[in-house]
Design a protein. Structure first.
Ligand code: FUB
Length: 339
């Protein structure tokens, strides 16, 4: 009976939760929001979660997404429009299953949607699709980006007009199966606690944004003494959900950590790093995953993120937004999204 009491108490606690922000939409489940300002409007490119009945496993098979919807709004707090299906997996010629976290970019009078999906051999690759409008519909290129692998692309435009893709995700995202010389080995598991942690990847893009312009490199993430993280540094090492932004001339690389999945950040002086760990951006992690983006609109900075407020289920997430604040030394104030 004490078990019953404690589960009642837990229920009471969770119903008392106060959330800092409410879901942007509740007609569909959404996750992994990549936000951009195009033509003065905020466009959000999220994953589209659905209940497919696929059992939960360690590889994330329950994240079995089949299309993307684009959301948009004039300003944070304004009416949110769901533009409907922007790209369907059935129209991606090389796709097998699992459309995971996308990103978008604008160049050459064209909007680009970048997305990870497993190919027909069940290996995650990163694809690109184009449209003349930010909300799509997008037309997928016939093949994945040559030399791409793993998940969670983030495409960043630097002030000089050059584009870079950051990517990678461990475990279900398969990054641990790739040697740094880009050979796939399906038997390769996670590293031992004392080994150096697996690093996210970066590659510059060609001006048509359809190819890597140079070989993929590892992005070095270190502690404040300049030491690379080890696998055991779970609350600081990289896991997935890369995002890059620039603030006051500094590069900010943010990501979801080790096995804690906090959204944290590291700063550097070049798009190739190295990046020094600075702290946690978002607390707590609600559900198993956390994935975000950071964007400026009209002089204010915003964090787009997700939690599981609507469903309580890790594979049925909802995207949210809240303002992000910097301290005068350029550090980011930690956001506590649940009270
Ligand atoms: O949404 C599917 C996967 O879960 C994403 O690619 C990861 O970042 C995690 O949020």
């Amino acid at each position: 009976s004490s078990g019953n009491n404690s589960s009642k108490a837990e229920k009471a606690d969770s119903s008392k939760k106060t959330y800092l922000s409410q879901p942007l939409v509740n007609n569909i489940y959404t996750a992994d929001p990549s936000a951009h300002v195009f033509n003065g409007r905020i466009y959000v490119y999220p994953s589209h979660d659905t209940a497919t009945g696929i059992p939960e496993d360690d590889l994330g098979s329950h994240f079995d997404m089949r299309d993307f919807h684009v959301l948009s709004m004039d300003s944070v707090g304004g009416k949110v429009t769901d533009h409907g299906v922007a790209l369907d997996i059935k129209n991606i010629p090389w796709a097998g299953r699992q459309l995971w976290a996308p990103d978008a970019a604008f160049a050459n009078n064209t909007y680009y949607l970048f997305f990870p999906v497993k190919d027909k051999q069940d290996i995650f690759r990163i694809g690109v699709a184009t449209s003349k409008t930010p909300e799509g519909p997008f037309v997928a290129a016939p093949n994945p980006i040559k030399g791409s692998y793993s998940i969670d692309p983030c495409v960043f435009k630097d002030d000089d007009g050059k584009f870079y893709m950051y990517f990678g995700g461990i475990w279900g995202g398969q990054l641990q199966r790739w040697n740094s010389n880009n050979q796939y080995d399906s038997t390769k598991g996670n590293r031992g606690a004392e080994e150096l942690a697996i690093l996210p990847r970066v590659a510059p893009l060609t001006s048509d944004l359809q190819n890597f312009a140079a070989p993929v490199k590892e992005l070095k993430l270190t502690d404040e003494k300049g030491n690379l993280f080890k696998e055991k540094d779970n609350s600081k090492r990289f896991f997935e959900a890369s995002w890059m932004h620039k603030y006051n001339g500094k590069y900010y690389f943010s990501y979801s950590t080790g096995d804690t999945h906090n959204i944290c950040y590291a700063t550097g002086d070049s798009p190739y790093g190295p990046f020094t760990y600075r702290g946690v951006i978002l607390n707590p992690v609600e559900g198993w995953t956390s994935h975000h983006s950071i964007v400026e609109k009209d002089g204010k900075w915003y964090l787009f993120y997700h939690d599981v407020q609507l469903s309580g289920k890790t594979y049925l997430r909802n995207v949210k937004v809240t303002e992000l604040h910097y301290n005068s030394d350029g550090t980011i104030q930690t956001i506590n999204a649940v009270k």
